[in-house]
Design a protein around this ligand. Structure first.
Ligand SMILES: [Zn+2]
Ligand SMILES: [Zn+2]
Length: 546
């Protein structure tokens, strides 16, 4: 068995890992994502695949974000005829996001390529997480839930080796791909919707771990659900009932918009139990959802939020949520189903209404609504662009950030100016809440993902870690943090034998070695170490030679 990391090795996008199981002559991919960001990065979306799409038998998909599934239609266009294995929720979300992506000019595929994807939902009937699915002789896969977004899962691929255990049975080895790691854990499910990610794969020989926030330890205050709700509540009170203004929330269509709606349901529920409610007595808070895609996605949330696995437990739903919002999973799912059908939902103290159409409909919405949730999340296009221009002008209004905005985006420019005390900003206030809503675990959570076996230490093996899906500083800081934690040798921690930064070379998972010998920079590092040279010495040497 061999692995080659094709994407997400320089940066956080374009996730794609290529596996070759020679014993059964099977080639598969874990994720097939689009490169996002600068022009140079996006150019990679049009480069030739390093593999022959027709020879790939399976794609195992961790979740529906475009940087993990966005090149699937191109893969199909270029000859892939195999199946995409993922959860039903991931399939349904991916279909909508890929359809949206197919409409964009700069992509190499059209809707009919999206329609040709052959999906295999892993959770159709009698499903439990970690159920072994056979891919070929001596090759299997199992999925385990992750709390990143609806439908997200980790993927563990296992293969038979030529070694045998004590009883003569062939020994299995496995490599587990984290996908994107969410924030929820057993002791603190502070984000609205998802159950904790149940993570330990104690007998994994290899763990591939993302490192988006590998260098960041988040403020614990931001990991408290009540703090997030209090910040939201303050903004509503000050803006809507204090100044008679509007709240504008730019949001990603997938998952974030649905989380924000859920928080407003919670806010209304909390309000109802207050002695002096801020808005219940007067009138319901009116929320507009202005995003065709987010509205369609609500339907998928309606379908899966109350889904249960064979044990009878919710497949995804945060166990703490029903008590917070005063609704069970079925009731919340019904809210999303209604919204998904484009219908207004009226609850005690709260009305939520999807708005379709362009800027005129948007203007009508900003007449009647107190809160406008709109996409795209960075305000560069879609209804959010229009609302930023209109609502952003008025100092009575407040813009709440709920997600990452890249430098240079319209949203980021507005926020930077509004928060700069030296600027002449006269428009809407800004309340930053993106750190409350991040869907990516911070360094603490990532370390927990690797080391915390939750007591399953009996079958523990020494594990090799591959770090991918991060910027350079995130990866190196994370590598150091892993090494430090490994040195502590806590009794219930996983044992680590090696930490590698994922690179583009073939790695033989049976021998534990790179196929094509060490990379030049690794050779240089080794030589420097042997000769006791520093980077400065090498620089001087090079200058001397040239
Ligand atoms: Zn993701
Ligand atoms: Zn990702």
């Amino acid at each position: 068995m061999k692995v080659k990391f094709v994407g997400a090795i320089d940066g956080v996008t374009g996730s794609c890992s290529w596996l070759k199981h020679e014993a059964s002559n099977t080639q598969l991919l874990v994720d097939c994502g689009m490169h996002q960001g600068t022009h140079d990065t996006q150019f990679k979306n049009h480069e030739r695949f390093p593999f022959r799409p027709a020879e790939i038998k399976y794609v195992l998909l961790t979740h529906a974000h475009i940087d993990h599934c966005g090149l699937l239609p191109r893969l199909v266009k270029e000859g892939f005829r195999g199946h995409v294995y993922c959860t039903s929720a991931t399939r349904d979300v991916a279909k909508l996001l890929l359809a949206d992506s197919a409409r964009q000019q700069n992509n190499d595929y059209k809707q009919h390529h999206v329609d040709q994807i052959k999906w295999h939902a892993i959770d159709q009937d009698d499903f439990s997480w970690r159920k072994m699915l056979r891919l070929a002789d001596g090759l299997s896969v199992n999925f385990m839930r992750s709390s990143h977004v609806l439908g997200a899962a980790m993927v563990s691929v296992a293969w038979q080796t030529s070694e045998t255990d004590g009883s003569g049975k062939p020994l299995l080895k496995s490599i587990c791909f984290s996908g994107d790691i969410g924030c929820q854990d057993k002791t603190n499910c502070y984000l609205p919707l998802m159950k904790d990610g149940f993570e330990p794969f104690p007998n994994a020989d290899y763990l591939v771990v993302e490192s988006t926030y590998g260098a960041t330890v988040r403020n614990p205050e931001h990991k408290v659900a009540q703090n997030r709700l209090a910040a939201l509540s303050d903004a509503v009170e000050r803006t809507v009932f204090g100044k008679g203004g509007k709240i504008f929330i730019p949001s990603f269509s997938f998952h974030r918009a649905q989380e924000i709606i859920t928080d407003f349901i919670w806010l209304a529920e909390e309000e109802a139990s207050e002695i002096e409610p801020m808005f219940h007595e007067r009138r319901p808070l009116r929320v507009a959802l202005h995003s065709a895609l987010a509205t369609k996605l609500c339907k998928v949330f309606g379908k899966y939020l109350s889904a249960r696995i064979s044990s009878g437990k919710y497949q995804y739903l945060n166990n703490e949520l029903p008590e917070r919002i005063g609704m069970n999973g079925d009731q919340l799912a019904k809210v999303f189903t209604e919204l998904g059908a484009g219908r207004k939902v009226a609850l005690p103290g709260l009305e939520v209404e999807p708005v379709s159409g362009g800027s005129q409909d948007g203007d009508r919405a900003s007449d009647w609504a107190d809160v406008i949730i709109a996409s795209a999340g960075m305000c560069d296009h879609g209804p959010a662009k229009h609302h930023l221009e209109e609502l952003g002008k008025d100092s009575k209004n407040t813009l709440i950030t709920t997600g990452f905005m890249s430098a240079g985006s319209a949203g980021k420019r507005f926020i930077s100016k509004a928060l700069d005390p030296m600027s002449d900003h006269t428009g809407a206030d800004v309340v930053e809440m993106s750190h409350y809503y991040s869907a990516h675990g911070d360094q603490t959570k990532l370390l927990d993902h690797i080391f915390n076996l939750e007591g399953y230490t009996a079958s523990m093996r020494e594990t090799v870690i591959f770090i991918n899906h991060g910027e350079d500083n995130g990866k190196t800081a994370f590598k150091e943090a892993i090494a430090n934690r490994a040195r502590e040798i806590k009794p219930n921690d996983r044992r680590i034998s090696e930490i590698q930064l994922a690179n583009g070379q073939w790695f033989n998972l049976d021998t534990g070695r790179y196929e094509d010998g060490p990379r030049p920079e690794e050779e240089l590092k080794k030589a420097m170490l042997e000769k006791g040279l520093s980077a400065d010495d090498v620089k001087k040497l090079i200058e001397h030679v040239s």
